[in-house]
Design a binder for this molecule. Structure first.
Ligand SMILES: [Fe+2]
Ligand SMILES: [Fe+2]
Length: 182
């Protein structure tokens, strides 16, 4: 992509790489919306509801941006959308059933993975796609804000914080890997 970043045999062409990024990010932002919807299905009347609703709104704006990019650039969306709907909603509702703090721990775990993920993409994009890069940087900043919100709302006091976040991270990384490919 950037000069000095030589492609090796078997690497994707730059345009395929960008397509792959848009595909996986659309899936991820869709998954994020579903996670927060799952949380709100359980915690819609709890003290955390306004905070969760605000994060859900931001995820919806991220998703809308990727829906536009998919249309503009003719990207094939992942075939796994129905799976991400079910998995995202179940993850959100499931952690919310464990309590508000567990829901926040779920957010912290997901956002840490997404922060790394956007960070890698931003690095890969180099200077070839300045607009896309700026957009990713903006989304990444929102995700880091969500992580901070989760921590401010007691994520670390969630039952089995370490086990819960490790599990959510493994699942999120698997979802990313699959959505890039299928
Ligand atoms: Fe997002
Ligand atoms: Fe987020």
């Amino acid at each position: 992509m950037t000069e000095g970043h030589r492609r090796l045999p078997g690497d994707l062409a730059p345009s395929d790489q960008v397509e792959r990024m848009i595909r996986v990010d659309q899936a991820g932002e869709f998954g994020a919306v579903c996670i927060y919807e799952g949380q709100l299905a359980v915690l819609g009347r709890s003290p955390s509801a306004p905070v969760i609703r605000h994060m859900a709104e931001q995820e919806r704006a991220h998703l809308a941006a990727f829906d536009r990019l998919v249309a503009e650039r003719g990207v094939r969306p992942t075939a796994l959308m129905p799976l991400w709907y079910a998995a995202g909603f179940a993850l959100g509702a499931g952690t919310a059933l464990l309590g508000e703090r567990a829901a926040m721990a779920c957010t912290v775990a997901v956002e840490e993975v997404i922060d790394e993920h956007y960070g890698g993409q931003i690095e890969q994009l180099g200077d070839d796609e300045p607009e896309l890069k700026r957009a990713f940087e903006g989304f990444r900043a929102d995700e880091l804000e969500h992580r901070a919100t989760g921590l401010e709302h007691g994520a670390r006091e969630a039952p089995a914080f370490d086990a819960l976040t490790s599990l959510v991270k493994v699942g999120s990384r698997l979802a990313i890997w699959l959505s890039e490919r299928i």
